[in-house]
Design a protein. Structure first.
Length: 319
C-alpha cells in the first residue's frame, strides 16, 4: 500500500505552496497557480503557526480577487482538528475570493497524516458559499459529512478516502448536480469506515442522476470485483468516455464480468491499474478493447499477500 500524495496540479493549474513563495519576487500571479495554504504543526520555524494566520497572510499577499484555485492543506493536527476551521475561514472570505472556481480540502500526504487520520466535516458548506465552483475535491473520509446539495455549475467532484462512508456516497448521488461531468470516488475498505455496498451505487449506475457525466471513477475498493460486475450491465456506462476501476482488489472475476457485459468499445480509457489479474486475463482485456482504440491501463499488477488468494488482495490506499 502507498499513501496519498500532494496534488501537483488542480483546476488546470500547477499547485504552488504559498509558504514557499515570495522570496526574490518568485510569487506567481494570483490566477496562475492552484494555491496550497498549509501549516506545519511541529515545524521549527515560523510555519509553526495557526492556519488562521497563514490564510490571513495569503489573502494579504496574493490578490484574492484573482485566485481561481485554492488547496486547503494541513491545517494543524488533522487527526485532532477537523476541517471546519479552514472551511469557515474560506467561506468568510467569499466576498474577496470572487474568481474562485476550484477548491480542494485536505491535501495532506502520508508523512503529514495517513488518509484515514484526516478529520473532515460538512464540506458542502463550500459548495453553497461558492456557486461558481466548477471543481471540488476532498481527501479523508473520517467524520466527512456530505448531505445532498444543489449546485448548478460543478463539473468535477472527487472524494479520496481510505474508507468512504455509505452515507456520504448516498449524499453525493442524491445531490442535484446537472453540470457534473466527472465523478471520482475512492471507496476504500470496511476496516476504515468504507461501508458502501454495491446497492448504494444503484441510482448512480442507472444513468439517471447526472446526465452530463462522461468520467466515472469507482476506485480503491475492497469489493472491486462486485463493482465491476455491477458496472458491466449498468446503463450509465453508455454515456461514459472514461471508466476508472483502479487501485482496488480487481481480479480475473471482475475483469471477466466487464468483458462479458455490455460493449465497452466506445470508451476512450479503461483504467484498471493496481490490480490482481493474471497475465492471461490482461491479454484478453487488451485483445478485446485495444483494437477498438480503447486505451487500457493495466499497470501495477500485484500478487496477494502471503499466498492467501483473494483474501490477500489489498487496495492501493487504505490507511
Amino acid at each position: 500500500m502507498y499513501g496519498a500524495q500532494h496534488l501537483h496540479e488542480f483546476g488546470g493549474l500547477p499547485a504552488v505552496d504559498f509558504q514557499h513563495t515570495g522570496a526574490g519576487g518568485s510569487r506567481p500571479a494570483a490566477d496562475a497557480a492552484a494555491w496550497r495554504v498549509s501549516v506545519e504543526p511541529y515545524g521549527d520555524d515560523d510555519r509553526d503557526r495557526p492556519w488562521t494566520d497563514e490564510f490571513a497572510d495569503f489573502l494579504g499577499a496574493v490578490d484574492p480577487a484573482g485566485v481561481k484555485a485554492l488547496i486547503i492543506g494541513q491545517w494543524g493536527e488533522a487527526y485532532e482538528e477537523n476541517s471546519s476551521v479552514p472551511i469557515d475561514l474560506v467561506i468568510a472570505a467569499a466576498d474577496r475570493l470572487t474568481s474562485l472556481e476550484a477548491v480542494f480540502v485536505g491535501d495532506l500526504e502520508a508523512e503529514q497524516a495517513e488518509i484515514t487520520w484526516i478529520e473532515q466535516s460538512d464540506v458542502t458548506a463550500l459548495l453553497t458559499a461558492f456557486p461558481a465552483l466548477t471543481e471540488f475535491g476532498v481527501r479523508g473520509g473520517t467524520d466527512l459529512v456530505f448531505p445532498p446539495v444543489k449546485h448548478e455549475r460543478l463539473r468535477s467532484l472527487t472524494i479520496q478516502a481510505g474508507g468512504l462512508p455509505a452515507q456520504v456516497v448516498r449524499g453525493v448521488i442524491d445531490s442535484e448536480l446537472p453540470a457534473l461531468e466527472r465523478l471520482d470516488l475512492w471507496l476504500g475498505v470496511s476496516a476504515y469506515g468504507g461501508d458502501t455496498e454495491v446497492a448504494d451505487l444503484a441510482p448512480l449506475l442507472s444513468g439517471t442522476r447526472f446526465p452530463r457525466l462522461h468520467h466515472l471513477g469507482l476506485r480503491n475498493s475492497e469489493v472491486q470485483n462486485e463493482i465491476a460486475a455491477a458496472v458491466a450491465s449498468a446503463p450509465v456506462v453508455a454515456q461514459l468516455r472514461t471508466l476508472d476501476l483502479s487501485n482496488g482488489t480487481l481480479g480475473d472475476e471482475g475483469a471477466a464480468a466487464l468483458l462479458e457485459g455490455q460493449p465497452l468499445t466506445h470508451l476512450e480509457v479503461l483504467d484498471l491499474h493496481h490490480h490482481f489479474l493474471t497475465e492471461a486475463m490482461e491479454q484478453r482485456v487488451r485483445a478485446s478493447l485495444e483494437p477498438h482504440g480503447v486505451r487500457v491501463d493495466l499497470s501495477e499488477r500485484n500478487e496477494p499477500w502471503g499466498n492467501r488468494g483473494v483474501e490477500g488482495r489489498y487496495t492501493a490506499v487504505s490507511e
